[in-house]
Design a protein around this ligand. Structure first.
Ligand code: MF3
Ligand code: CO
Ligand code: CO
Length: 288
């Protein structure tokens, strides 16, 4: 059965008095907007837990930033991520997640995302690499990634890494309370195109916090005013994947686990990611 109308996600138990918050969400819902399910609004206790996971997650990425160097294997990065995370009483979410065999993703050059760390893959001068870490602490999740440039690289790669970072920034700035997923998506798309790059469409950001991947899909391309309404209490990622050539991606035929995603045209790709809390006044960056 296909739903012709948007599903009414927001529910108030019968007989319960409406809060101002209920009234505001219902006014959008009654106009036909896609609003979040109640469970996507985090409680203060959940927010506290997610913030604490964010502290460890930022610690992991800071550690990677200190340790990463030319000649290192991506397998070594994975080992450092595993050890740091466990030493801080947390769990790396990628490990054994839907068959993923390692504790983080390491995506070099034309690898868009979900690169699998290996002991026989070594970082070379000029490489650009994304390290994506997700931390579970007391059942709460925080998810972030950064790019690292190995030594001296080409001007084009440097620009790609920089513009990808700015795309995340521009997306965050467009992400106001009571805005739509499409508002930040549109801002990201425009910014990337202005700089001559494309935005991957087949993968997106996501709600996060109580689980690894929750609703909504945080698209990075689209029209203003479309997609789910973003209201205070929601936690989600923005993580645009920016390509130097075409936006199209493909599965790495060499990867039997069917995780690794490559650019279709063999061009380079870059990505930065933050976990974000929507508040009454704007975004709080959970993974700073
Ligand atoms: N961290 C990735 C994201 O940003 C997801 C990786 S799934 C894994 O959503 F299994 F590959 F780790
Ligand atoms: Co993510
Ligand atoms: Co991630």
């Amino acid at each position: 059965m296909a739903f012709k109308r948007i599903i009414k996600n927001w529910r108030v138990p019968k007989g319960q008095e409406l809060t101002e918050f209920d009234k505001k969400i219902l006014s959008y819902q009654n106009r036909g907007c896609l609003v979040p399910k109640n469970k996507l609004i985090k409680t203060p206790e959940q927010i506290d837990g997610i913030r604490k996971a964010g502290v460890i997650n930022t610690g992991v990425l800071d550690m990677v930033e200190r340790e990463i160097h030319i000649g290192m294997s991506t397998g070594q990065i994975d080992k450092l991520v595993y050890e740091y995370t466990m030493d801080h009483g947390a769990i790396p979410a990628p490990l054994n997640y839907e068959g993923f065999p390692k504790s983080c993703c390491t995506s070099i050059n034309d690898v868009v995302c979900h690169g699998i760390p290996r002991d026989d893959e070594f970082l070379e001068e000029g490489d650009i690499i994304n390290v994506d870490c997700t931390t579970i602490l007391n059942g709460y999740y925080a998810d972030a990634s950064r790019m690292f440039i190995m030594g001296k690289t080409s001007a084009k790669r440097e620009k790609l890494v920089q513009v990808a970072k700015e795309c995340l920034q521009v997306g965050m700035e467009a992400c106001k309370p009571w805005s739509f997923v499409g508002d930040q998506a549109n801002a990201i798309q425009k910014y990337a195109h202005k700089h001559g790059f494309s935005v991957v469409r087949d993968l997106c950001g996501h709600g996060v916090g109580n689980e690894f991947h929750e609703e909504p899909d945080m698209e990075h391309t689209g029209k203003k005013g479309t997609g789910m309404l973003l209201v205070p209490g929601m936690v989600f990622t923005i993580e645009p994947m920016i390509n130097e050539g075409s936006w199209e991606v493909c599965m790495d035929a060499e990867d039997p686990l069917e995780w690794v995603i490559l650019t279709d045209d063999g061009g380079d790709s870059a990505q930065w990611e933050h976990t974000l809390l929507m508040t009454e006044t704007g975004l709080e960056i959970i993974t700073y």
